[in-house]
Design a protein around this ligand. Structure first.
Ligand code: FAD
Length: 1002
């Protein structure tokens, strides 16, 4: 049985249903069926306020924290801080004034978040009309409970407002009893609160049900014998309450309300029209309700006789010609219905505006369940997984519709969907722009440059999300996909990405609750990556590699839409009271979009083409030296100067005269100054003064500078005028760098150590003149050191896209927050807390890191490899000397076959690796850093492990002395070992090589 059959099989549906029943029944055995109407043991229902009737302070806080850039969870931590005697509880019991509360609470929040927290603004939001709005499902339930003659009460932990009134934004008439903590001076979970309430209701605990979202409050009530319901989601809680009470608490048609005054339509005309259409003579009146959603095209529930219909119409007023095209909705739903996509069955399109004032269409009413919260509260993990799988499958179904057979070939343009969409939303955004949002500016530049090359054309829904799907009430079957207003022909992946937006929004997010702070594994919900993979599997297409682009685009689109809402709210034409608030979220969404653009950038960088066939031939000439003549003291002077840029020179003897002279000078300097200084430098390294620069190094630096052995690393290509460095090619420098690698202390002495070299090159290439004067010059002079802070303890940093540190713009500064470690230059661990960096200090500009990475991650990346060759050579030289003089079992070690084999292996491995280093350097010189990507990855994969093996053999030959500080071997080994991941893990380089191999050499 294939996956598709399995998922559709009746067994699975039965299993799903069984799990659902178990879930409901498991909580309240035997309570699944409606038993009787109002005649159960319960006579009163007691409600908590926040979290049950209104959004909880925690939820309000989550939303507010996002908008105010306050670390998530600060408010909740402060609310519970101090328990019974914390400021929040004291305030609830009216033991402190609002002023004192805000002061103490603000101090607490600032301590927790280590930033100043404007608690006044949180308090205003918490008590604002926008937030303090009762959940409609609860209002309905209370109405039904009272209609059955049961009592209702509210038991609230609340406080006095500055105006002297208590904060209870509810219609008190809904309740028989209201108990408020600030009036009584006692708070839940103190049992006195519950007893007071029961007393006033005149009820026994066993006759009452209490609903709360907090465990301790429920526990206290249950302790008294009150039946309790935990409210994670109001809708689910009402269902549970229904099963306990034994009568329905919902209006007959969920998600409807009486028709709004401004949206009324003439009932008589509609009734006449329907009678003709349906050919009926009803006896009863026409029933009309309005759906809560579908603000853009007003949507109505219509009941006439036994016909239940949905009417969807254009809004009243003057409209743009292409907007609110109900005709298109009708057409697509009809076509898709015929093609087997679950959509409500459409009945008729009426383009005659005289009936209800605008064109409209009719469809059959399809009862079912809409999941508004993507975390699917109240369901089991297996049910959640099934819901997400069903959603994925239905999307695949939409995208698999045969356009020709469905008669939809002209439903939209073919091809270039994203290019058109990007331009459309840029235009829309520009038209409603109110201030410059940096991330939007970057996206406007970035998106058109990174459009995916190949796009399929299918039907796209345009607004495909969980709450636009109507599910079977008890199984994971999608009964209908709703709201086709934005549908067209286009790139189907845009729908998939849009469908994953909620994954990246926090649960308390206004306009749409999200999942970013939920444990998806525990919930049973697929991650966005899994969801994309599932889609590819269902569609039978290869994995989507550039899905970050689609995510960036989706968030950009949302940001542009929100900006429009915001602009309209400013000009007073907002369609909803929350428009102003939601519009402010543009910036938040655009930052999310930009995060994805960055991730996509990394992806592109990793995918960059490997070595292209070289345009120039490698003019290789050999001046083969006699094996073993490479010593640290002499080299054979030979050949004439050579134009090295076009030739791969694999022996120093073949270097051009000027370079050979430098090479010779360097070797002599090493012999004269560096090797003899090693014991003293090692002593300094382990002394208490190790955190201050060694005076000996400073002295040697001056000497090296005086001899012209300074800044040799800067490649000619970066510094063609030799303004800053010696003007060597990468390959020429490779020979010199190898010599420096023979001592751990040498690179700093010649001002050629990491990460200064890479950083200096970066400043030469991309720094402004001011930046160069301030940072490059002191670095070039050896008066400053620099660092590179990427790695973070909390995430796997070999994948740079994991980085969690943030940088945001604020008042002309970039504010950096993050935690970094293993920062070379002392391998420090650094906490960046609200670090304010003047804007002018950024190099090249925001969002241009890739250009830099592509430039920087060239030469600097193979310097370690060059040095590792030198380090290995020295280890082998030391080994050879040792085994000649050390005698065991009657003969020098060198006469042992295994030692000879080790020497031979080391020589061969060093030679192999050297050739690869030189080749990588040469390719960089002749065709550029980008094209050398394969060679760079290959040598980074090879050099550290080769050096580790060679040094390890030397240590073995030395015996215990090899591990002592009398020799550099142990330090060499630690260094080489660290480079198997410090410069990117071996595995990552291996993967890169294999990928390029498969892509370009298949
Ligand atoms: C001496 C030294 C100096 C350093 N200097 C700096 C510095 O100056 N600045 C800085 O920012 N960082 C520096 N680092 C940190 C270094 O860059 C990181 O250690 C490195 O990037 C790996 O990141 P991680 O430690 O988070 O390991 P993780 O990312 O957690 O990886 C752990 C291991 O997982 C495995 N792995 C990872 N990816 C893959 C894959 N695709 N396939 C298979 N296996 C995989 C590898 O075995 C890897 O070693 C330094 C580290 C050392 C030891």
């Amino acid at each position: 049985m294939c996956l598709r059959q399995l998922l559709q099989s009746s067994q699975l549906q039965r299993a799903w249903r069984a799990a659902f029943l178990k879930h409901v029944q498991g909580r309240h055995p035997g309570a699944w069926r409606w038993t009787h109407s109002g005649g159960g043991p319960y006579r009163a229902v007691i409600f908590d306020m926040g979290g049950v009737l209104l959004p909880s302070p925690g939820r309000v806080a989550a939303e507010w924290e996002v908008q105010n850039h306050i670390p998530s969870g600060t408010i909740v931590k402060a609310l519970i801080s101090g328990g019974e005697n914390g400021p929040w509880m004291k305030f609830m019991r009216a033991e402190i004034t609002t002023e004192d509360f805000l002061q103490e609470f603000g101090r607490l929040c600032s301590e927790i978040s280590k930033t100043s927290v404007p608690v006044d603004s949180f308090f205003s939001l918490l008590t604002s009309e926008r937030v303090a709005k009762q959940f409609p499902v609860m209002t309905e339930a209370i109405t039904q409970i009272r209609a059955k003659g049961l009592q209702t009460a509210v038991l609230s932990n609340n406080f006095y407002l500055p105006n002297g009134k208590s904060f209870l934004p509810l219609d008190r008439k809904q309740f028989d009893v209201v108990v408020e903590s600030c009036l009584e001076g006692v708070c839940k979970p103190d049992p006195r609160m519950y007893k007071l309430c029961l007393e006033r209701l005149g009820r026994q605990p066993s006759e009452s049900i209490f609903l709360d979202d907090l465990g301790p409050n429920l526990k206290a009530a249950a302790g008294l014998g009150i039946h309790t319901i935990k409210v994670d989601d109001p809708e689910t809680a009402v269902k549970e309450l229904e099963t306990l009470l034994g009568f329905p608490l919902r209006m007959a048609v969920p998600n409807t309300r009486p028709v709004r005054k401004t949206m009324e339509i003439p009932k008589d005309a509609l009734e006449k029209y329907l009678k003709d259409l349906l050919g009926i003579q009803p006896t009863g009146p026409l029933e009309l309700l309005q759906f809560d959603h579908g603000q853009s095209n007003p949507t109505y529930y219509v009941k006439l006789a036994n016909h239940q219909l949905v009417l969807r119409k254009k809004p009243p007023g003057t409209l743009l010609p292409s907007a609110h095209a109900v005709e298109r909705e009708f057409r697509i739903m009809k076509a898709l219905g015929n093609a087997g996509v679950p959509v409500p069955k459409v009945l008729d399109l009426c383009e005659d505006s005289s009936v209800v004032g605008t064109p409209f269409y009719l469809m059959e009413y399809c009862p079912g369940r809409i999941y508004k919260d993507p975390s699917l509260p109240g369901l089991e993990p297996s049910q959640r997984r099934a819901i997400y799988t069903a959603m994925n499958r239905v999307l695949c179904k939409i995208h698999s519709v045969d356009l020709k057979a469905a008669g939809l070939e002209d439903y939209g343009k073919h091809g270039d969907y994203l290019a058109r969409q990007v331009q459309t939303w840029i235009k829309q955004y520009r038209a409603s722009e109110t201030s410059t949002i940096p991330a939007m500016e970057r996206l406007i530049e970035w998106l058109p440059l990174h459009l995916p090359r190949q796009q399929r054309t299918t039907v796209v829904h345009g607004d495909f999300r969980l709450d636009n799907l109507l599910f079977h009430p008890e199984t994971a079957e999608v009964l209908a996909v709703l709201d086709w207003e934005l549908s067209t022909l286009g790139d189907p992946l845009a729908d998939v990405a849009y469908n994953c937006l909620a994954h990246y929004l926090p649960s308390g997010f206004p306009i749409q609750p999200g999942l970013s702070d939920c444990d998806l594994t525990e919930l049973g919900i697929p991650t966005a990556e899994d969801y994309f993979r599932m889609y590819c599997l269902h569609m039978g297409i290869p994995p989507i590699e550039n899905w970050n682009f689609y995510m960036a685009f989706s968030f950009f689109r949302i940001a542009a839409i929100l900006q429009g809402v915001y602009k309209r709210s400013l000009t007073g034409q907002a369609s909803s009271a929350t428009a102003k608030q939601t519009g402010k979220l543009t910036e938040f969404m655009s930052n999310l979009a930009w995060d994805f653009a960055i991730k996509e950038g990394f992806q592109i960088f990793k995918e960059m083409p490997a070595t292209k066939p070289l345009m120039r031939s490698h003019h290789t000439w050999s001046l083969l030296r006699t094996p073993g003549t490479r010593s640290y003291v002499t080299s054979t002077d030979s050949s004439p100067a050579h134009a090295s840029k076009g030739a791969l020179i694999f022996s120093p003897e073949g270097l051009p005269h000027r370079v050979r002279e430098l090479y010779q000078k360097l070797k002599e300097f090493m012999e004269r100054h560096v090797y003899p200084a090693e014991p003293e430098l090692q002593r300094h390294q382990v002394s208490a003064e190790r955190w201050t620069p060694s005076p000996l190094v400073e002295d040697l630096k001056e000497k090296a500078k005086a001899e012209g052995l300074w800044n040799l690393f800067l490649p000619l290509e970066t510094d063609p005028e030799k303004k800053y460095g010696a003007g060597l090619t990468n390959m020429e420098y490779a020979h010199l760098c190898e010599v420096m690698g023979t001592s751990l202390y040498a690179p700093e002495i010649f001002n050629c150590s990491a990460p200064d070299t890479g950083n200096m090159e970066l400043l030469v290439r991309y720094g402004t003149e001011e930046q160069k004067a301030r940072w490059l010059i002191p670095l070039l002079e050896g008066k400053a050191r620099s660092c590179f802070a990427m790695t973070e303890p909390q995430v796997a940093s070999s994948d740079a896209t994991n980085i969690e540190s943030s940088i945001r713009e604020e008042d002309g500064f970039y504010v950096i927050n993050g935690h970094k470690w293993w920062i070379t230059g002392g391998h420090g661990e650094v906490l960046f807390e609200q670090v304010r960096v003047p804007k002018e200090n950024i190099i090249l500009g925001p969002g241009r890191g890739f250009e830099i990475a592509q430039g920087r991650l060239g030469p600097g990346r193979i310097h370690h490899c060059m040095r590792l060759i030198g380090c290995s050579e020295r280890a082998l030289a030391l080994m050879k000397a040792r085994v000649k003089s050390r005698v065991a079992f009657g003969k020098p070690l060198v006469e042992q076959g295994t030692v000879l084999a080790d020497i031979a292996l080391s020589r061969v491995e060093i030679e192999q690796a050297r050739l690869l280093v030189l080749k990588a350097a040469h390719v960089m010189d002749v065709v550029g850093n980008k094209a050398a990507a394969l060679d760079i990855a290959m040598i980074k994969m090879v050099a550290p492990s080769m050096a580790s093996r060679v040094i390890d053999r030397a240590i073995q030959a030395f015996g215990a002395a090899g591990l002592s500080s009398n020799y550099p071997l142990a330090q060499f080994f630690a260094g080489a070992r660290a480079l198997r991941f410090a410069d990117g893990p071996d595995e990552v380089h291996r993967a890169a090589v294999a990928k390029m191999e498969l892509k370009h050499h298949s």
